[in-house]
Design a protein around this ligand. Structure first.
Ligand SMILES: C[S@@+](CC[C@H](N)C(=O)[O-])C[C@H]1O[C@@H](n2cnc3c(N)ncnc32)[C@H](O)[C@@H]1O
Length: 206
């Protein structure tokens, strides 16, 4: 278990609820109101989405590859009183058969996975045809000046954010995937300018 992984999990457990109180929680709630049926969450972190899954969710699987995060996730899951399975797995190689889920959730995780294309292909694979991928993400700025700063600061930010890439055009990667875009809109994200703007997206499995 790496020291940086432990530090990041502890830090995220502290700052995540503050970011949610500043507005991210409302974005989670709006997006996750669309989660239904058998739901898979990718890189669930400390479990900040748990409070937002409604009665339309019939089962919930939370994946998380980082052991310090997974331990905190299990603790918060127990506190929530919700039924869910925690699976230690990277999003690029999901241990589930094709067509296992009606909804896949990826909030603030596509910025960090090692291989976004592979992750989106896996999401498409484990979804039933017509199933939905729900995405909330911070992305590369369309303003060239801001994007240049995101490029300059990408390396130190990646250290602080345990692999987070502030300059990634996740919208373009979603459009290039096998999923069909139902909705892809900019959204206001609170926090550091380097992690703005945000997008919310709904993409449908073929
Ligand atoms: C910024 S946190 C976001 C956590 C959570 N999704 C949320 O909305 O609060 C990024 C998460 O991605 C996880 N992660 C990193 N690499 C991953 C991978 N290859 N597959 C899945 N999750 C990964 C990290 O362990 C961490 O929990």
């Amino acid at each position: 278990m790496s020291l940086s992984g432990r530090l990041f999990a502890a830090l995220y457990d502290r700052i995540g609820p503050c970011a949610d109180a500043a507005g991210v929680g409302e974005l989670r709630a709006q997006l996750l109101a669309q989660a239904r049926g058998r739901v898979l969450e990718l890189g669930a972190g400390t479990g900040l989405n748990l409070a937002h899954y409604g009665p339309a969710v019939t089962s919930l699987v939370l994946t998380e590859p980082e052991e310090p995060m997974a331990r905190r996730l299990e603790r918060h899951l127990a506190e929530s009183g919700r039924e869910a399975a925690v699976v230690r797995s990277a999003a690029e190689a999901l241990p589930f058969p094709d067509g296992s889920f009606d909804t896949v959730v990826a909030t603030l995780v596509l910025c960090t996975v090692a291989d976004v294309e592979r992750t989106l292909a896996e999401a498409a694979r484990v979804l039933v045809p017509g199933g939905r991928l729900l995405v909330l993400e911070h992305v590369r700025s369309e303003d060239p000046r801001t994007a240049r700063w995101q490029d300059r600061l990408a390396r130190p930010w990646g250290v602080v954010g345990h692999g987070c890439r502030p300059n990634q055009d996740t919208g373009a990667l979603l459009r290039a995937s096998a999923l069909e875009i139902e909705r892809l809109e900019p959204t206001r994200l609170p926090g550091a300018p380097i992690t703005r703007p945000g997008i919310v997206a709904v993409a449908v499995a073929p």
